[in-house]
Design a protein around this ligand. Structure first.
Ligand code: FES
Length: 106
């Protein structure tokens, strides 16, 4: 789902389409849109799992305050995807619990 004609903000401006990957699957996204919006446009509604009970989480505040939307972005865990914009070739991964860091020398 993507809002292309908002009653207050108007029509969505034309944007450059870029390719990102989500859990290893290629997806098209609009360059500069929030990662969360790109995932939602593809029907994805799960960012992470909780640390203790491994329950799925999606976004809550949508403005960078709650950390419910954190994911692993380009190997870096705990990135707030509601306020991080899409760039070409980004690698987005569902974060399980506290996430994991990719080793730079691996
Ligand atoms: S949804 Fe709250 S920080 Fe992203």
């Amino acid at each position: 789902m993507r809002v292309v004609d908002h009653p207050i903000l108007g029509k969505l401006p034309e944007g450059r389409t870029v390719e990102i990957t989500f859990d290893g699957h290629p997806l098209e996204a609009l360059e500069g849109e929030p990662i969360l919006a790109a995932l939602l446009a593809h029907g994805i509604q799960r960012c992470r799992t909780t640390v203790k009970r491994r329950e799925p989480r999606w976004f809550y505040c949508g403005i960078g305050r709650c950390t419910d939307c954190v994911m692993i972005v380009n190997g870096i865990p705990n990135v707030r995807t509601c306020v991080t914009t899409v760039g070409a070739g980004m690698k987005i991964e569902t974060q399980e619990g506290l996430g994991r860091w990719e080793r730079a020398d691996a």
